[in-house]
Design a protein around this ligand. Sequence first.
Ligand SMILES: NC(=O)c1ccc[n+]([C@@H]2O[C@H](COP(=O)([O-])OP(=O)(O)OC[C@H]3O[C@@H](n4cnc5c(N)ncnc54)[C@H](OP(=O)(O)O)[C@@H]3O)[C@@H](O)[C@H]2O)c1
Length: 253
Amino acid sequence: MDVGIIGGTGPLGRGLAVRLAAAGHRVLLGSRDAERAEGICAELRQSAGGALAAGSLRGVANADAALPDMVVLATPWEGALDTVAELAGALQGSTVVSVGNALVRHGREAHAVVPPRGSVAAMVQAALPGSRVVAAGQHLPARSLADLSRPFEADVLVCADDADARQDVCDLLCTVDGLRPVAAGSLAQAAAIEAFTAVLVTVNMGHRAHSTLHLAGMTLPVHGDGRPSGAAAGGGSGPAGGTGAPAGGGRRP
Ligand SMILES: NC(=O)c1ccc[n+]([C@@H]2O[C@H](COP(=O)([O-])OP(=O)(O)OC[C@H]3O[C@@H](n4cnc5c(N)ncnc54)[C@H](OP(=O)(O)O)[C@@H]3O)[C@@H](O)[C@H]2O)c1
């Protein structure tokens, strides 16, 4: 699948880019400066040491990263609205994955702040009425994600008002070794999901750790077993919501 990453030059964008490229996707890593993006891709290819297929990772301008049907918005949340306003035409009809957290640093803690409409994802959805915004990936530790030499496991909460888009993102995440997407309802859940990141960041700073989320006690359907992976936690308008099937989807390697 082609995946664009707007603001892909930061730690989170780089981490997602290498994991998705290693999983066989074609990633367009975007920047406000295409040359900077290509330079960073060259570094990532080199540190991946042959794990990435030729052509799987390209540095481009954000306008080009906005062209695929699946686009990750990985700018800081403060820059998200201006960024998507410029790219709204290209993003029309696309699935836009919002990874943003609205956080401020207070000494050794991160605190959540409430963005307009309660979450970064809801703010982006309001700015992009013609796109299907999905919130996912807020709890991923970028540094661990970017290091392909180490095994990495994380549950990824995925919420959206459009159940098909939510499922598409779960299906994409399922292709990345170690990631287990968990469908978490409608976009209203993004407020709590994003705010919880402040707790996780504070724990990680206090314990010098790179911990992430792992939900205990859930046996999820294995991706590809014929059941609707990742789409059963309700919310949204698509046919998969509220089917009564087990929540979430994905695999654990
Ligand atoms: N870092 C993490 O561990 C982590 C984990 C989960 C989620 N997140 C979320 O993921 C997003 C990216 O995190 P990050 O740490 O990678 O961010 P970052 O390094 O601060 O920013 C990512 C990229 O966005 C571009 N950018 C910076 N300011 C911008 C602005 N005002 N308008 C448009 N583009 C701008 C820059 O790229 P160019 O200069 O090349 O355009 C920058 O390299 C954030 O929303 C964050 O909350 C981060």
